[in-house]
Design a protein around this ligand. Structure first.
Ligand code: ATP
Ligand code: MG
Length: 555
């Protein structure tokens, strides 16, 4: 593939679909599905599949189902199912129908009976170890087990006993009778059903046997008359089995499986199993920890659904696996927030400034735009008074070269306010600066100072009016691009992925923002009022992303 293929632009999947439509296939219908297993929360990799499946359906006036692939009862739950629905909805998609593979358990059982009757499936009672060795290797064909030559009637009776619970877990399986010499190991009589005496969150204790993924997926697609079954590349070798099941059973519909590359994103892991490990080993606070690559975590971090959709658009759809840089994701969110987030002032590491030539009760309300380019975002008043907080790092007693902020005897502009000059500083016994005493130039409100240039601009809040806030700074959860290459996941964790600042101050209007409101703290970064913990009396903000790519500077 030479040029990049996007979801909404041209891509190889759309070419296939358009050819099918032109050829009049599937009655010129397009039907897709997004088929998550409810065994964890969705991550950004799933967002790629969601954008593709729903996007294709929308483009061709088709349908997209949400199908829960719930055939592993040990690992699945209602909690996960509900969370998946919430995340798909939040991402901005509405499914045409909700289905569950478990809705098809009776149909799948009847199909299995047909396979047995037609001599295409048999019950194998070999031990799991024997089955493994008898499957052969890539250079040696498999060996038939006794069950392979049993009569259909005998197999049917055994399968019925598997179903009714007469056999122990692991003692019997139902296998397809395909080709023990196939070069594709998936075709060497794959398992179709196994015994699991486990409670299922939807079907309860009705079943002692559960169908395997490969058998379930193609039949679920066929039952729903899906036209194009889009899945990730690891299923390419399973496609012959997908087609074998549907051809052998002569199902009324035969969807076409098409594979595309999985998303692999640097500095994170995209596998529910690994994400569960992060939660269970308490490397994060839960599935919605803002450092998690889950949809719910990214939402709590302040990512927008539009930015995630835009990211999926930017990475495109290809047939080759490739690592995507975290910067691509961060640029999607920066672009969105730059356009849409309101601007506010916050001081994260405060030091007190006293403007000594103002009266102690001096207060004025200054008029600020909420967004520099977008007048529709409105305006607000920001209180200015004699005592302010500025960022500790915006003052330097011994400034490094090119330092353009406040220095002893120097001037700086307070953003949207006056030019001030540092006259003296006050320190505590330990030598820490506790107060910076300044004077101000009353002629500089909204005007340039006379006869001199003042280059630096710093942000500030009025000490008397500011509201104390907690600010959580998040960074990448891992400090190596491929965390799976570390001896263990824990070894790859970035020890600085979170710091909680509890002595911050925000301008008063910030406290009143509703949870999930996104805001740029000027000169600092993009933040969101925490979905769960923020309230006007105790504001809590999460850093979504810095203003610039700070990792690019490190490299
Ligand atoms: P995981 O390893 O995270 O459990 P999975 O593929 O087993 O991933 P499913 O719930 O079965 O998870 O996935 C639902 C759909 O999402 C499938 O069609 C799958 O191919 C797709 N999907 C999962 N991970 C990715 C990814 N990283 N990139 C693109 N699509 C993905
Ligand atoms: Mg899976």
């Amino acid at each position: 593939m030479t040029s990049k293929e996007t979801i909404s632009g041209s891509n190889f999947i759309r070419t296939i679909i358009e050819d099918d439509l032109a050829a009049g296939k599937n009655d010129q219908r397009v039907a897709t599905r997004f088929p998550p297993e409810p065994n964890g929360y969705l991550h950004i990799g799933h967002a790629k599949s969601i954008c593709l499946n729903f996007g294709v359906a929308e483009r061709y006036n088709g349908t997209c189902n949400l199908r829960f692939d719930d055939t592993n009862p040990e690992k699945e739950s209602v909690e996960y199912m509900e969370a998946i629905k919430e995340d798909v909805t939040w991402l901005g998609f509405q499914w045409d129908a909700e289905h569950h593979a478990s809705d098809y358990f009776d149909a799948l059982y009847n199909y299995a009976v047909q396979l047995i009757q037609s001599g295409h499936a048999y019950v194998d009672d070999s031990s799991p170890e024997d089955m493994r060795t008898m499957r052969g290797t890539l250079t040696e064909p498999g060996t038939p087990s006794e069950g392979r030559s049993r009569s259909a009637d005998e197999n049917l009776a055994l399968f019925e006993k598997m179903r009714s619970g007469e056999f122990d877990e692991g003692s019997h399986v139902l296998r397809a009778k395909i080709d023990l010499a196939s070069g594709n190991m998936n075709m060497r009589d794959p398992t179709l059903y196994r015994i699991r005496k486990t409670h299922h969150f939807r079907t309860g204790d009705a079943w002692n046997i559960y169908p395997m993924y490969d058998y379930t997926h193609c039949l679920s697609d066929a039952i729903e008359t899906i036209t194009h079954s889009l899945c990730t590349l690891e299923f390419e070798d399973h496609r012959p089995l997908y087609d074998w099941v549907l051809e052998t059973l002569n199902t009324p519909s035969h969807p076409q499986q098409i594979e595309f590359a999985r998303l692999a994103l640097e500095y994170t892991v995209l596998s529910k199993r690994r994400l569960i490990q992060l939660v269970e080993e308490k490397h994060v606070s839960g599935w919605d920890d803002p450092r998690m690559p889950t949809i719910t975590g990214m939402r709590r971090r302040g990512y927008t659904a539009a930015a995630l959709r835009d990211f999926c658009e930017r990475i495109g759809i290809t047939k080759n696996d490739a690592w995507i840089e975290m910067a691509v994701l961060e640029n999607s969110i920066r672009d969105d927030l730059n356009t849409h987030a309101i601007r506010r002032m916050a001081v994260l590491d405060p030091v007190r400034v006293i403007i000594t030539d103002l009266n102690t009760d001096h207060t004025e309300m200054l008029d600020f735009a909420n967004h520099p380019q977008n007048p529709e975002a409105g305006r607000r008043e920001v209180p200015f008074s004699r005592e302010l907080f500025i960022e500790r790092e915006d003052f330097a007693e011994n400034p490094p070269p090119k330092y353009q902020r406040l220095v002893p005897g120097g001037e700086v502009r307070l953003r949207g306010s006056y030019v001030i000059k540092c006259e003296s500083i006050v320190k505590d016994d330990a030598g820490n600066i506790t107060e910076i005493h300044c004077t101000h130039d009353a002629a500089t409100l909204g005007k340039k100072p006379e006869g001199r240039k003042v280059k630096g601009v710093i942000h500030w809040v009025s000490a008397a009016h500011a509201v104390a806030a907690e600010v959580r700074l998040y960074d990448r959860l891992f400090d190596i691009p491929n965390p799976m290459s570390a001896p263990s996941l824990g070894d790859a964790i970035n020890p600085d992925s979170m710091s909680v600042l509890t002595t911050c101050f925000v301008e008063p209007s910030v406290a009143e923002l509703m949870p999930e409101t996104r805001v740029q703290f000027e000169r600092i970064g993009y933040f969101v009022a925490d979905r769960h913990d923020h309230s006007p009396s105790a504001p809590v903000f999460n850093r979504t992303v810095t203003l610039r790519d700070t990792w690019a500077d490190k490299a």
